[in-house]
Design a protein around this ligand. Structure first.
Ligand code: 13P
Length: 262
């Protein structure tokens, strides 16, 4: 999976799918399989909508399911007049330990600026939570050949509010926008190139310990091949995380790869 002996991480971003009853069913199903045949080397995290979090955290805790729980977004502020927002302390109180910061859907459709991403990342890391910072270029920047400089600038901007020590705690997800929800993942060569680029940029920025994930149309069919390329430490999965079988198959692909079975 990786040449850095880093434990793989597979996160399922459910986006705006599954109400709390459906969430309960999916997590229970994940729990049954994970208790029966646990993943030895791979960390699995589910990232449900806000309204599902209490249910999901309760089941994970009461049934001791080896799953992390994350939120898809959080406010940069601690409390106050921020209608529609949720704070890090509210999430922590529920047992949520991961937060996605700066997903491209929030940047593109909800006007989340680089400045807000920087402030939110600092809030999440400052609260001692695990942050997953999303970066990635759109189709136009890919075609125009500026994708590396664009992603490099996103990383530098987002990490600018953190100390060197704090930077290494951030997980980075490279998710090219043109691969999200399209059914067409980036190619192995493209992921290899961008995995190395993100790694060297993070090294330059002092974030030497960060995990790097790939996201964008990851499926149980392509996860094994991507996992073997060695420049990413796992996946941020959208659509394929909504079914227990496909999500666990992606986790299993990482697990096998880490154990040298692939
Ligand atoms: P898909 O796996 O559905 O392409 O979504 C990727 C993503 O945006 C995860 O955050």
């Amino acid at each position: 999976m990786t040449n850095r002996a880093t434990r793989p991480l597979v996160m399922g971003n459910w986006k705006m799918n599954l109400d709390f009853v459906e969430a309960l069913h999916l997590v229970q199903e994940l729990g049954v399989v994970m208790h029966h045949s646990p993943l030895e080397h791979t960390d699995l995290v589910v990232v449900p909508p806000f309204v599902d979090l209490r249910t999901v955290c309760s089941v994970v805790e009461s049934e001791q399911i080896p799953l992390g729980v994350g939120a898809q977004h959080v406010s940069q502020f601690e409390s106050g007049a921020h209608t529609g927002e949720v704070s890090v302390s509210m999430l922590r109180r529920l047992g949520v330990s991961w937060v996605i910061v700066g997903h491209s859907e929030r940047r593109t459709h909800y006007a989340m600026s680089d400045e807000v991403v920087t402030a939110t990342l600092a809030t999440v890391v400052g609260a001692g939570m695990n942050a997953v910072l999303c970066v990635g270029e759109d189709e136009e920047r890919r075609q125009g050949g500026e994708y590396r400089s664009f992603v490099g600038a996103q990383l530098a901007s987002a990490l600018s509010g953190l100390s060197d020590v704090a930077r290494s705690t951030v997980t980075v997800a490279y998710e090219p926008l043109w691969a999200i929800g399209t059914g067409v993942s980036a190619s192995v060569e493209q992921i290899e190139e961008m995995g190395s680029f993100v790694r060297s940029t993070l090294d330059d920025l002092g974030a030497t310990g960060s995990r790097i994930l790939y996201g964008g149309s990851v499926t149980e069919e392509n996860a094994g091949v991507i996992a073997t390329i060695g420049t990413v430490d796992g996946f941020l999965v959208g659509g394929a995380s909504l079914r227990a079988s496909s999500f666990l198959a992606i986790g299993r692909a990482c697990d096998d790869c880490y154990a040298g079975k692939r």
